[in-house]
Design a protein around this ligand. Structure first.
Ligand code: G1P
Length: 309
């Protein structure tokens, strides 16, 4: 299957202001590298070589991150520190990048349609960079496998609590094939809790046929007054294309809110060989402080001993 990645990264990152006034949200660190680097690495590890990144004119730093910086590389080499750029340089060597600017923030569907000139007959592997996955098999690679086997469009889904459905695109299931694989009957962007057809939420990875570009054409603004990718996929479905949904095997982190980003950092630190021990210590100390703050010092008291506070 011929496939190219699209990463929409043109948003203003308002939830992270003022930090994101000058620094693109996608470059905020998750432990030791920017969030968007995890996304591109997932793509490269899924066998993708071409990346189209949708940005805006204030996000030049994303282009710079995926470009060689020879002066810095040479300076690091002279100090035997070239290991510091090793991972990003590997990505730059394996992948090709094209940056397309979205001049108006008209929605995710509009951002995806901006990539049309970069595509001929390739499938689209869409990565929403707020969603970061930790999986044994890269999340996108799981979707590509299904797309090839079933010869269809595939979107990643995960079950979410009923009270959260209105934050996501939600699918309506026509048929369930295995515990993880579904045929989609319909899909709706950010439904009200009572109107949601299921609790299977779209979670930031899609493999779509190039027919999606036509399905996005002339689309009216939908949920939130924006041109929605979910509505484009609905058009694709109604035009007769098959759409499957696959429950990603692995953990998903939402790095698109301050608390989610912090949680992602903590979870990734706990798994990081260099930082894991220190963070475990920090967390157990914090846990103790928290119990004390909540007046639960009793729970910490060793048996038959008095605490003097
Ligand atoms: C977008 C999509 C939505 C999807 C979500 C996953 O929404 O429009 O269908 O469920 O990402 O994170 P956003 O979070 O950009 O509003």
């Amino acid at each position: 299957m011929k496939i190219k990645a699209i990463i929409p990264a043109a948003g203003f990152g308002t939830r992270f202001l003022p930090t994101t006034k000058a620094v693109p949200k996608e470059l905020l660190p998750i432990i030791d590298k920017p969030a968007i680097q995890y996304i591109v690495e997932e793509g490269v590890n899924s066998g993708i070589k071409d990346f189209v990144i949708i940005t805006n004119k204030y996000k030049k730093a994303i282009e710079d991150h995926f470009d060689k910086f020879l002066e810095l590389s040479n300076a690091l080499k002279n100090n035997n520190k070239e290991i510091l750029l090793q991972d990003i340089d590997k990505v730059i060597e394996k992948a090709k990048f094209l940056f397309i600017k979205q001049h108006e923030q008209l929605g995710l569907g509009h951002a995806i349609s901006m990539a049309r000139p970069a595509f001929s007959d390739e499938h689209l592997a869409i990565f929403l960079p707020d969603d970061i996955f930790s999986c044994q098999t890269p999340a996108m690679s799981q979707l590509i496998k299904v797309a090839i086997q079933e010869k269809c469009n595939v979107i990643a889904v995960q079950e979410v609590p009923k009270e959260d459905v209105s934050r996501y695109g939600i699918i309506d299931v026509r048929r369930q094939f295995t515990p993880n694989l579904f045929q989609v009957k319909d899909l709706v962007e950010k439904p009200a809790r009572n109107a949601a057809p299921s609790n299977l939420a779209i979670v930031g990875r899609y493999v779509l046929s190039p027919g999606i570009f036509e399905s996005l054409e002339d689309l009216q603004a939908g949920s939130g007054g924006e041109i929605q990718l979910t509505d484009g996929i609905q058009n694709l479905l109604f035009s007769g294309e098959k759409v499957f949904a696959y429950k990603i095997q692995g953990e998903r982190f939402d790095a698109g809110t301050i608390v989610g980003w912090l949680k992602t950092n903590i979870e990734f630190a706990l798994k990081h060989p260099k930082y894991s021990q220190e963070i475990q210590r920090l967390l157990s100390n914090l846990d103790r402080d928290l119990l004390i703050m909540q007046g639960k010092a009793e729970a910490l008291k060793p048996k038959n001993q008095k605490l003097f506070f």
